[in-house]
Write a protein that binds this ligand. Structure first.
Ligand code: ADP
Length: 454
């Protein structure tokens, strides 16, 4: 739940940032588009001005001539129009015909293309003509007989095309006004090229922000996890300390009881119990002190070249005796004569922790195996059990300080979540490492690797 509380605002912030980036890039794109159009428009105008010096018709001479010719025919036709529908159809016909004449019989587009090429601009262009109005004129009476107006044409303008110039022309039989547009090929690609730097910067800044966000989030989660672990640890420790303490308190009360004062055997039993619980208390406190010492100083190993088989056999014997009938214990020590530089005390603690856990986290009929062998200049020690097993997600954390697999509030097996942390540290201090292979409900194998002394 707390994870969601942190992740959601961060995600929201990221989405807002992403939208802001998209908005900014869009704005820049629109500005570039405007600048692009403006450039081609002003250069086109300059080219038209230049062309007008030697061609007052701007390359439309042939088109105007054809239109004049065609207009006299249309003029005749216009006199026979009966209804407004006829007029509308007629207007459309004229417009289409004039538009295609103006588009095809002209030299302006070619001139512009050459002009752009000279300037190093994109020379692949297409032109578009949009007629504003057409007047068919009766030359004898000098009046406009038919007008194809703006409204009749429902002028279409293109958003993509660049408006360049509005031309007007007058002949014997007609008057026309039309807009000349150009489309630059590869416009998007050209703009994209110009925009690439902005896009790259925008992308990089997004990635940086993303990395910072994720890093901060991870740190925060780790802090929170550690803080949760510490709370669990305090709860466990209180529980661990309380059990021997309450036994001692009850025992002290028992000793004061009238019926016990004269019973020597009961006094001895109770006093033994107090000593046992005191030893357990002491061990617990020592363990905590030792761990906190490790945190402050690098702990020093007193390493000696040791015959590992001998040490393992001693650990094994003690474990078997301690375990008694409680478990089925097997050992396979196949490392005769293998030597390694170890601190016997820490090494013993490490293997003992693994053996004790194997027993502690077992089911009905515990089966514990210790198997030692050598491989690739290493001594491999496997401690296997048929116990409760560890899920994959917990396997990642069990070597962390204070980590205990969650079993709700009730912990059947007592512990502080320090044993495996201790084991990992000792293995690493010996130049080795520890690994675990386990499946929930199917038992576990802890594998310690320690380098051989060859
Ligand atoms: P503790 O035993 O004090 O809880 P450890 O560091 O020794 O702490 O172990 C951490 C956790 O790993 C334990 O709480 C337990 O859930 C799990 N664990 C350790 N050894 C075994 C094992 N052999 N089988 C199943 N679970 C284990």
């Amino acid at each position: 739940m707390w994870k969601l509380k942190i992740v959601l605002p961060v995600l929201a912030a990221l989405v807002i940032f992403l939208f802001a980036q998209v908005y900014l890039v869009r704005q820049v794109w629109m500005q570039k588009d405007e600048v692009f159009s403006l450039r081609y428009r002003s250069e086109s105008k300059e080219a038209i001005r230049e062309m007008a010096i030697y061609d007052p018709y701007n390359g439309f001479k042939k088109a105007y001539w054809v239109i004049d010719d065609v207009s006299s025919l249309y003029l005749q036709k216009s006199k026979n129009l009966r209804s407004s529908e006829d007029s509308a159809l007629f207007a459309r016909e004229i417009r289409e015909s004039y538009t295609s004449i103006l588009s095809e019989d002209q030299l302006l587009t070619e001139h512009l293309s050459k002009y752009f090429e000279k300037l190093g601009l994109e020379s692949k262009i297409k032109s578009k003509i949009y007629v504003n109005y057409i007047d068919l004129i009766d030359i004898q009476e000098n009046i406009s007989v038919f007008r194809v107006s703006d409204e009749m044409l429902r002028k279409q303008s293109s958003q993509k095309s660049i408006p360049v110039y509005t031309f007007t022309s007058e002949g014997n039989n007609y008057k026309i006004s039309f807009d000349y547009y150009i489309d630059v090929a590869n416009k998007e690609a050209i703009m994209m090229k110009e925009l690439s730097l902005t896009l790259i910067f925008s992308f990089i800044s997004f990635v940086i922000i993303l990395v910072i966000f994720i890093g901060t989030l991870k740190n925060f989660m780790e802090e929170k996890r550690l803080s949760n672990l510490k709370t669990d640890f305090i709860n466990n420790m209180t529980h661990e300390l309380k059990t021997p303490l309450s036994t001692i308190t009850v025992a002290a009360k028992t000793l004061r009881h009238e019926s016990v004062i004269h019973d020597r055997k009961k006094i001895m039993d109770t006093s033994n119990m107090i000593s046992k619980q005191s030893v357990q208390l002491n061990e617990l406190i020592n363990l905590i002190l030792e761990i906190s010492m490790w945190e402050r100083t690098q702990f020093q190993l007193d390493r000696k070249n040791t015959d590992i088989a001998t040490v393992l056999r001693e650990i094994s014997d003690n474990f078997r005796n301690g375990c008694g009938n409680q478990c089925n214990y097997t050992e396979r020590i196949e490392i005769k004569g293998a030597m390694a530089e170890i601190d016997i005390l820490y090494f013993t603690t490490m293997i003992n922790n693994l053996l004790n856990n194997a027993l502690k986290y077992s089911g009905e009929d515990p089966e514990v195996t210790l198997h030692a062998y050598t491989r690739d200049k290493n001594i491999v020690i496997k401690v296997k059990d048929n116990g409760i097993g560890i899920s994959r997600s917990d396997q990642k954390n069990i070597f962390d300080k204070f980590y205990r697999v969650s079993t709700g509030n009730i912990h059947k097996a007592k512990g502080l979540g320090l044993g495996l942390y201790y084991v990992k540290k000792i293995a690493e201090e010996h130049g080795g490492f520890i690994d675990v292979s386990s499946r929930k409900g199917k038992g576990s194998v802890f594998i310690v690797n320690i380098p051989l002394n060859i």
